[in-house]
Design a protein around this ligand. Sequence first.
Ligand code: SF4
Length: 275
Amino acid sequence: MLSTNTQLLRISQGQLNLLERCPRQFQHTYLENLNSPSDPEQEERQTLGSRFHLLMQQREMGLPIQSFLQADSQLQTWMSAFANAAPEILAPAADSQTFRESEHYRTLQVQNYLLTVVYDLLIADQQKAQILDWKTYPQPPHKSKLEKNWQTRLYLYVLAETSEYLPENISMTYWFVQSQGQPQNIKFNYNTTQHQRTANDLKELLNDLTHCLESYQQKQQFPQLPLGNKACNYCQFATRCDRTQATEQKSDGYGNPFGERHLLPDLASITEVSL
Ligand code: SF4
């Protein structure tokens, strides 16, 4: 629950991304659980992606995966393409000093928040630590976009903060197993400057969240995007936000984030933000 200041609120990379993109969307999604029913096609893609993650986890744990592969030609194709593209990742560590764990879970407390990360695979030896992440959507995003994403930033940050590794000895690699042709990867090497920047940005974003949550308890809604922002045209909350194209002309044009007051549910009745 979010009802007292002494309780920690768990925050994931997805929540940070949403909070940064649009605080009001964060409010509707995570505080009020107002998500629309998901699109069946998207659901199917997510299920297939989850199955690939499960397969990789089983494999890492040394459990048999043949029956999964035989039952699913898509998984079989992805796995064999990945094995060709990155045999060194699938190969068992010859060196017993190397630590490998799939679905590796870490948390870090910052202010009243518990930052939570789950690495698809963590490989660490005495010199360096590598975070690996599997993506099953077809088109890898541009590297600069991925670099700014809170998944990249938070995953690297939390490992540096919760281990002995210097930022310079930590990396994160995304593997896009469904890319056209061969699986592709995008790798980010971390450094102290980036680490400091992330620390500052995180502090600022969490301060904003604390401020918004306090205001929310006083019945004020989280800020909206400025009027006219194109993102509102594609947002499932456009009607609720009075941001449908037809209604924009009658707004004041300033997009004052705290201008509106609505009756809001009591915070004590809202479940804790989940991952
Ligand atoms: S309609 Fe615009 S302001 Fe409202 S939640 Fe969506 S993106 Fe945010």
